[in-house]
Ligand binder design. Structure first.
Ligand SMILES: Nc1ncnc2c1ncn2[C@@H]1O[C@H](COP(=O)(O)OP(=O)(O)OP(=O)(O)O)[C@@H](O)[C@H]1O
Ligand SMILES: [Mg+2]
Length: 452
């Protein structure tokens, strides 16, 4: 290997030093004036002048903090924090972490090292804007989120593109999902494409679509599948009472859904009744599809043509574990028909499952949306969330059993899985929901659909 002549190296260092000195007042005006200001003050006004200046600045900041705490926090506290995090966490560890993570080529060649352009802090996370090296892609970072999170001691890392050559890495400073979330308020208006379900790790609300899709929730026993089902039903309550949405529930364990039975237009707990319910849903769906054919291409939920959500707890009980082959076959056929044809005519299946392996549930690909709660094995992550989900940081098999309700989901329009926590709807909440929205109160009774 040919050594770079020392004269070139020294010239380059001098150039970089000069460039940093010239640019520093523009890039870091607050830091530079904090450092230079006292020196200039002492030079012209002496130590007394400096003491007076410090006292006046302190008083000014105190008044700012007292009168306008929000702007003080965002303009002073979070900016100071960002400068500190840039210097102490990211700049200091940047090169080693990127090289070890396989995102930079070598320790020597700076031009092959993606550059930090900016660090900003919000209340809960750091956002690091990075200029990519030409010839690399945002996906290279997306596939290294676990290493990046670990390297910068964050609970997770989320990557989003920004323009053609930049990415933003978002590192939460603390885990917002560590504490359980109480049941969310019942919304005044129901948006079937964005039902409030819980919280995302970036502090934003997690909303889930039901209209135009089917959702499969997978997790080991105790992972919180019941919370997903009940949070969705809770978010639907106003639409249940005005009749534009109906929930048909199948509860093989007779535990999960029986508590709020009066909220359901149909309810089944035995296998025979469950298959009957699924086949009735298929009949209704096909009748509606025949009516729409040639007249209407999309479904709008109304009391006359309601959006039907078939809630199916422990789907494997019907498709895999039931001893009667005929029941298994009929259930599988009905679920396959509903999931493959129901989306556009206002039928949705919201199913829960413990074991996602193919021999247990070979219909999982018919569910466009999936929620991966705590899983048993690493290999199950990709089975649920799709190929490369684990490489992109969806470590559902590592979710702590002490935080039930934490899950990974893929949000619309983004391939990157996001960690969420679903709100916990307690038995008392369900009882209150049934009392307030059950048939004798808000919920419309439906002719021919007696609550079973
Ligand atoms: N979102 C949540 N937040 C906090 N705690 C939760 C949450 N969801 C569930 N839990 C706790 O975990 C327990 C088990 O939850 P849940 O019954 O929903 O699990 P599951 O996945 O449905 O299990 P199974 O497969 O056995 O039915 C609940 O009794 C509750 O104590
Ligand atoms: Mg359950």
């Amino acid at each position: 290997m040919v050594e770079t002549p020392a004269v070139f190296l020294i010239t380059r260092w001098i150039y970089r030093l000069l460039r940093t000195m010239v640019l520093a007042p523009f890039r870091f005006p607050v830091a530079v004036s904090t450092l230079v200001g006292p020196v200039v003050t002492v030079h012209y006004l002496g130590w007394l002048g400096l003491a007076l200046g410090v006292a006046l600045s302190g008083a000014g900041l105190g008044v700012w903090w007292w009168r306008w705490p929000l702007s003080f926090r965002s303009l002073v506290v979070l900016r100071a924090l960002a400068a500190w995090r840039w210097f102490w966490v990211y700049r200091r560890h940047w090169q080693p972490v990127l090289v070890v993570a396989g995102l930079a080529e070598s320790y020597q060649e700076r031009q092959y090292l993606p550059q930090i352009r900016r660090v900003t802090c919000s209340e809960w996370a750091d956002r690091v804007r990075v200029r990519l090296v030409a010839g690399t892609a945002p996906a290279d970072f997306e596939n290294r989120v676990v290493e990046l999170a670990h390297g910068f001691a964050a609970p997770s890392c989320r990557v989003s593109g920004l323009g053609p050559r930049d990415v933003v890495l978002e590192f939460p400073r603390h885990d917002l999902l560590a504490e359980p979330l109480d049941a969310l308020a019942v919304p005044d208006e129901v948006d079937l494409c964005a039902l409030p379900m819980g919280l995302r790790e970036d502090g934003q609300p997690w909303r889930m679509r039901l209209h135009g899709t089917h959702v499969l929730t997978v997790g080991v026993t105790g992972a919180g599948k019941g919370s997903v089902i009940w949070s969705a039903i809770r978010a639907l309550l106003p639409a249940l009472s005005d009749g534009s949405v109906r929930v048909w529930a199948i509860d093989p364990k007779r535990m999960e859904l029986s508590y709020g039975r009066s909220l359901f237009a149909r309810y089944a707990d035995s296998a025979e009744a469950a298959v009957g319910l699924l086949e009735a849903a298929v009949d209704d769906m096909q009748e509606r599809a025949a009516r729409y054919a040639g007249h209407q291409r999309t479904h709008v939920a109304t009391p006359e043509d309601p959006f039907v959500v078939v809630v199916l707890d422990e789907v494997a009980f019907l498709t895999a574990y039931h001893p009667d082959r005929d029941i298994r076959r009929r259930a599988e056929n009905a679920i396959a028909t509903l999931t493959s044809q129901g989306r556009s005519v206002g039928f949705c299946v919201l199913a829960a499952l413990q074991d996602p392996r193919k021999e247990v549930m070979n219909l999982r690909n018919l569910f466009p949306d999936k929620v991966a709660l705590r899983l048993d094995e690493a290999s199950q992550v990709d089975m649920v969330l799709g190929e490369d989900a684990r490489d992109r940081g969806a470590n559902a098999h590592l979710i702590d059993p002490d935080v039930p309700g934490v899950a990974f989901v893929r949000l619309e329009g983004s391939p990157v899985p996001v960690r969420v926590r679903v709100a916990y709807v307690s038995d008392d909440d369900i009882a209150a929901m049934a009392t307030e929205y059950g048939p004798s109160h808000g919920l419309r009774s439906v002719p021919g659909e007696g609550v079973a």
